[in-house]
Design a protein around this ligand. Structure first.
Ligand code: CP
Ligand code: NVA
Length: 337
């Protein structure tokens, strides 16, 4: 039997079941070992990979590029201003053309419908590198990092503290529900995830045994948490909202006082990055000037604490993206779990 993943796209987490997501996470851990031992793994030799980016990226672009090269494939970056997509050519037409030349396509952008249409019309596997709705490749890296730290994904609770309705919050909610990891979304009521999403997470969690909690109460939300996770308060495309978000989310800043509220001495900190934890960026300096804040979603103290694992998490983007590309395009032998 050949891979259950062959030819499949990775558009959102719900397209995969618990066994499949675990399979990809464990395969990524194996590929990480091969990389560390300098053992070649050219599962995609001779393949061409298109990397479409409407939004900016450091980790996702770097991870797809290096993972493709390690797999023996050729990655080609096609930025927003370099191609006709959306301006002079429809998504469907672009997809047909790219699918005739490339063996796989990564897309990062605004609309989930675009990544779905690329998959529908290109005829090749399409991987979602982040949309306004979901960030599925991030999830594989996050849960690999958690598994590395705790040795298991069982009986764990992740509390996401911050903007409760962005792509990363949506993805954590659903992925935790699939994998059986308890998810707390700790956010002001006006930033609660959409009702349909909460219902979907609860339905999914009923099968895995995960517990879902959506709360504005910080003490309740972080109590006992094994993982405290945060993301930027203003996501790409929402840059007009700084004042509103700062007002809403300042009480939810991940600082040492909040970390102490977990009352769990094994709690780790994660962040998908990039993070506003100091004044060493242009945007942070602008925020400081306009709103007087030197740190936003996470303090420098927490970011640099021994329990913070965001850079291992970032490295894991590469190993997990490699697993997704190899599994969906490499004709590998991966028996049904
Ligand atoms: N975490 C993440 O997706 O980072 P980039 O925006 O740098 O790709
Ligand atoms: N929520 C963030 C994630 C960045 C990796 C954004 O969409 O900008």
């Amino acid at each position: 039997m050949y891979s259950i993943f062959q030819g499949k796209s990775f558009l959102k987490e719900l397209d995969f079941n618990q066994a499949e997501l675990n399979n990809l996470i464990d395969f990524a851990a194996h590929l990480k070992h091969l990389k560390q031992q300098n053992i070649q793994h050219h599962y995609l030799a001779g393949k061409n990979i298109a990397l479409l980016f409407e939004k900016t990226s450091t980790r996702t672009r770097a991870a797809f590029t290096t993972a493709a090269i390690d797999l023996g494939a050729h990655p080609e970056f096609l930025g927003k201003n370099d191609i006709q997509l959306g301006k002079k050519e429809s998504v469907a037409d672009t997809a047909k053309v790219l699918g005739s030349m490339f063996d796989g396509i990564e897309f990062r952008g605004f609309s989930q419908a675009v990544v779905e249409d690329l998959a529908k019309y290109s005829g090749v596997p399409v991987w979602n590198g982040l949309t306004d709705d979901w960030h599925p490749t991030q999830m594989l890296a996050d849960f690999l990092t958690i598994k590395e730290q705790f040795g298991t994904l069982e009986n764990l609770t992740l509390a996401y503290v911050g903007d409760g309705r962005n792509n990363v919050a949506n993805s954590l909610l659903i992925t935790g529900a699939i994998l059986g990891v308890n998810i707390h979304i700790v956010t002001p009521e006006s930033l609660y995830p959409k009702e349909e999403l909460i219902a979907l997470a609860e339905k999914t969690a009923a099968q895995s045994g995960a517990k879902i909690l959506i709360t504005a109460d910080i003490d309740e939300g972080v109590s006992g948490a094994d993982v405290i996770y945060t993301d930027v308060w203003v996501s790409m495309g929402e840059e007009d909202n700084y004042q509103e978000r700062i007002d809403l989310l300042l009480p939810y800043q991940v600082n040492q006082t909040l970390m102490n509220k977990t009352k769990n001495n094994k709690t780790i900190f994660l962040h998908c990055l990039p993070a506003f934890h100091d004044l060493n960026t242009e945007v942070a300096l602008e925020i400081k000037e306009k709103y007087g804040l030197s740190e936003m979603e996470v303090t420098d103290e927490v970011f640099n604490a021994p329990y913070a694992h965001q850079f291992e998490q970032a490295e894991n983007r590469m190993h997990t993206i490699k697993a997704v590309m190899a599994a969906t395009l490499g004709n590998l032998f991966i028996p049904k779990a």
